[in-house]
Ligand binder design. Structure first.
Ligand code: CP
Length: 323
């Protein structure tokens, strides 16, 4: 294995085989929290937040500690980055002292610039365009329930605001996995065309398929897993009532869920608004696996961090039996 610096900025930065390798590693961490300790030292991992977070902050902090490292959590308000220091300078400084950089920020261009100037792996912990760590956790959740990380041929349906980062990441991540990805949202809230096209191209290679529709019933029919997300993304809260009125047909309720397979799972990246994008009956019901999904952020991200540093160091032994 030759050393190679890799980053995870969007879901299609990895191949089908690499995604499966990361999910296999996630399964190992699920069964043994201390399966691999690549940051023994402890080595620092910089974890930057320009937006609020509960799950991402907790799972990366605990995850880095369990990998033997030191989680250096930096909020925008407490950093020079927040006062206008160039991303390029921050990147060069952080990567001199840390073994990886994790960043939740706004524009995808920002994290691309961070990666361009970094000498260590950079992970997208959510941008306006993508949330690839969430998708790895969600797919690990499906893998645990179907007892296989081979997700080819599974049908996933995402309904709701389909112009957001979650819809984009399901498109790309699902295409990489070889899944049948269905996305449903109202006109004006459908995925970016270039991202849908990238997903179609990747699906053509992996045997998956892509459907973008305004019809939630068509999307959910016979699905193995149904996903939704808040109708109002971070920073849009003022528009909540106005925007919500466009989405009632896309609420995941018992009637919509009944169209999926009888043993279909329900997932939501959280935080959720009960009675809006999902009813209490569904999110608190027997098909819901949202708490497994939230826990899986920890296992999936530890797997991703370990996989990325294994590539950078050219050290296959960090991957154990999944290599
Ligand atoms: N799902 C997710 O990213 O949660 P947080 O915003 O709490 O990190």
């Amino acid at each position: 294995m030759m050393p190679k610096l890799r980053h995870m900025l969007r879901d299609d930065d990895i191949t089908h085989a690499e995604q499966k390798q990361i999910l296999d590693l996630g399964m190992k961490f699920w069964k043994n929290r201390y399966y691999s300790r690549p940051f023994e030292g402890p080595q620092g991992v910089a974890i930057l937040f320009d937006k609020p977070s509960t799950r991402t902050r907790t799972s990366f902090s605990v995850g880095v500690a369990e990998l033997g490292g030191y989680p250096l959590v930096i909020d925008k308000s407490g950093s020079q980055l927040g006062r206008g220091e160039p991303v390029e300078d921050t990147s060069r400084v952080l990567s001199r002292m840390n073994s990886a950089i994790v960043w939740r920020t706004f524009g995808q261009d920002l994290i691309e610039r961070m990666a361009q100037y970094s000498s260590v792996p950079v992970i997208n912990a959510l941008t306006d365009d993508f949330h690839p760590c969430q998708i790895l956790a969600d797919f690990l959740t499906i893998a645990q329930h179907c007892k296989s990380t081979d997700l080819k041929g599974k049908t996933i349906a995402y309904v709701g605001d389909s112009a957001n980062n979650m819809a984009h990441s399901y498109l790309l991540g699902g295409a990489v996995a070889g899944m049948n990805v269905r996305i449903a949202g109202p006109l004006g809230f459908l995925p970016r065309e270039d991202i849908a096209d990238d997903a179609r191209a990747r699906a053509a290679e992996t045997g998956g398929s892509i459907l973008v529709t305004t019809d939630p019933q068509e999307a959910v029919k016979e699905a193995d897993c149904v996903f939704t997300d808040t109708w109002v993304s971070m920073g849009e809260e003022e528009d909540y009532e106005l925007k919500s009125n466009l989405f009632w047909d896309y609420q995941v309720n018992a009637e919509l869920m009944s169209l999926a397979k009888p043993d279909a799972l329900f997932q939501h990246c959280l935080p959720a608004y009960r009675g809006k994008e999902v009813t209490s009956e569904i999110i608190d019901g027997k098909q819901s696996v949202v708490w497994d999904e939230a826990e899986n952020r920890l296992h999936a991200q530890k797997a991703l961090l370990t996989w990325l540093v294994a590539q950078q160091r050219g050290d296959e032994s960090l991957l154990g039996e999944t290599a």
